[in-house]
Write a protein that binds this ligand. Structure first.
Ligand SMILES: Cc1cc2nc3c(=O)[nH]c(=O)nc-3n(C[C@H](O)[C@H](O)[C@H](O)COP(=O)(O)OP(=O)(O)OC[C@H]3O[C@@H](n4cnc5c(N)ncnc54)[C@H](O)[C@@H]3O)c2cc1C
Length: 490
């Protein structure tokens, strides 16, 4: 039987193993699959801790519904009924502005203002900054093609102040990145599409909002059942944490007889040019394994190092993708210890505020089932591109940063009931200017290795749905190579 090895047991590697198993079994051409993970547990950045009635997410806490691949996988795994949206009752989000929390103005469509009232009233922007935003209506569309940084683009259309106080903090929460380096095309390409299609960002957001309202009205002809609370949320997550997806995938893989190995770090990958190509893996234990095809679902700097001997150019492209380290610090309190109730999902912190924290999620308000009655669960995000050197990466120092943040902003001085700290070294890939072109070069170079697939968050998207899809696409490539049919959905 042919042998395929998937390296990396994060969501991308688990999904790749799952789709590989599913497709080959369905076509009656089963193959032997081995999934290797260097660490002591499965899931990679997905790390859910369930303790004393709290559900604590160390990494991602939710996924975007609008990218279909995570919902589709959950449906296949029988988890659809367990998916919950964010709390519809308390939807405020705040932005830290000159050390005070100010509500994010309502009416942002795709991060762009699409209602005038809230923009005029917001205390986040000065009058000159608001007037500069209005210029977006009159500015010509940039005709030259070619990428820009997110900072350049948004400042060009809406002004620097709107970029720094509104768009940058929202975007930072996703990439922990520096908007003055991130490629617009690789991160928020739809913003440029709005400019090209409608002649401006605000005009585009207004048009999209109108289209959405008309569509909702057309669908709501009275016969449709009322949606369940939270079902309109664009973010979803399983009831007891994202680890439910990891657990369900593992159950499927185990039942299908996939060889699952934890504590197995691949330290060397060799390829023999024989026909068909064969792969030789060496582990940190000194053991070896042979394979007919490989999927590398590891961070790009790991993948690059593993292939450097036989694919130096491809390896250099992979190694050039920068990663940023971050950490999350979760703290639980009795609600009675909080000076004020937490009336929203939390707040984001613009880079220009100069804080070490990036954002703060009020988990127990955003997802009420994640803390026992009468308790608050709060998560502080630490670390962003360009600030890593200012942070001491040990648990004590990270906890101190989080507690200082909560004291300064929310006035919380009480001892937390429990704390959990997760450090993520080199975790967030940065899709900097030039990333789309780099992906083209990677694809071109990869074509020389038909038995090698790449998956993970370093390529076409950092979120969980994108990582799942990257696993599906890597499987598609190998199925072609192995002479299987390629599924329609991939
Ligand atoms: C703090 C944080 C919050 C986030 N929040 C969200 C969110 O809310 N929503 C969202 O959609 N996304 C979020 N993300 C992004 C998302 O979680 C990640 O992009 C995604 O989980 C990455 O999955 P992956 O499989 O590509 O990589 P990983 O999860 O990094 O998995 C790679 C695996 O490869 C293993 N490995 C490495 N080297 C080797 C080797 N030599 N041999 C064998 N195994 C190896 C690693 O141990 C690891 O388990 C967040 C990320 C972080 C860090």
């Amino acid at each position: 039987m042919r042998q395929v090895v998937v390296i990396g047991g994060g969501i991308a590697g688990l999904s790749a193993a799952y789709y590989l198993q599913k497709e080959t079994a369905a076509q009656g051409k089963p193959i032997a699959i081995t999934l290797l993970e260097a660490g002591t547990r499965w899931g990679g950045k997905i790390a859910t801790d369930r303790v004393d009635g709290f559900v604590i997410e160390g990494g991602p806490d939710t996924f975007l519904r609008t990218k279909p691949w995570a919902v589709q996988l959950c449906r296949e795994l029988g988890l659809e009924e367990r998916l919950h949206g964010t709390n519809p009752e308390q939807r405020n989000t705040y932005v830290l502005h000159r050390e005070r929390l100010r509500p994010l103005p309502e009416g942002l469509t795709m991060m762009v203002p699409s209602q005038f009232g809230p923009m005029i009233r917001t205390g986040l922007l000065s009058w000159p900054a608001k007037a500069r935003m209005g210029l977006d209506f009159f500015l010509p569309t940039k005709s030259e093609n070619g990428d820009e940084t997110m900072g350049e683009f948004v400042s060009r259309r809406l002004g620097r102040a709107a970029y720094e106080s509104l768009i940058e903090p929202l975007m930072s929460g996703i990439y922990a990145g520096d908007g003055d380096k991130l490629s617009l095309q690789a991160t928020l390409p739809y913003l440029r599409d709005l400019e090209l299609k409608y002649g401006g960002l605000v005009k585009g957001a207004l048009a999209v909002r109108k289209e959405r309202t008309q569509k909702a009205k057309a669908n709501d002809n009275g016969s449709a059942p009322k949606p369940a609370p939270g079902s309109r949320s664009i973010f979803l997550t399983p009831l007891t944490g994202l680890a439910e997806i990891v657990e369900a995938l593992l159950a499927e893989l185990e039942a299908a007889g996939v060889d699952l190995r934890l504590n197995t770090r691949v330290t060397r990958l060799e390829r023999s040019d024989s026909k068909p190509e064969t792969w030789h893996l060496t582990f940190d234990s000194g053991e070896h394994l042979e394979a007919d095809a490989i999927i590398l679902a590891t961070p790009t700097y790991v993948s690059g190092a593993l292939i450097a001997d036989f694919a130096p150019e491809l390896a250099a492209e992979l190694a050039a993708i920068e990663y940023v380290s971050t950490a999350t610090v979760t703290l639980a309190y009795p609600e009675s210890e909080l000076p004020k109730p937490l009336d929203g999902y939390g707040y984001v912190i613009p880079r220009c505020e100069g804080r070490k924290a990036l954002a703060c999620t009020w988990t127990s308000t955003k997802f009420p089932h994640r803390a026992p009655e009468g308790h608050a669960l709060i998560r502080v995000f630490v670390g962003r591109a360009g600030q890593e050197e200012q942070i001491t990466w040990d648990d004590e120092a990270l906890l101190a940063i989080a507690r200082e943040e909560l004291e300064l902003t929310l006035g919380i001085t009480a001892e937390p009931l429990l704390t959990r700290i997760f450090q993520w070294e080199k975790a967030m890939p940065q899709y900097n200017l030039g990333h789309p072109e780099r992906l083209e070069r990677i694809d071109a170079a990869l074509a020389a290795f038909p038995g090698l697939g790449l998956a993970g968050n370093g390529y076409q998207g950092i979120g969980i749905p994108d990582c799942i899809h990257s696993g599906e696409l890597a499987v598609e490539k190998l199925l072609k190579h192995e002479g299987h049919k390629v599924p329609q959905s991939a």
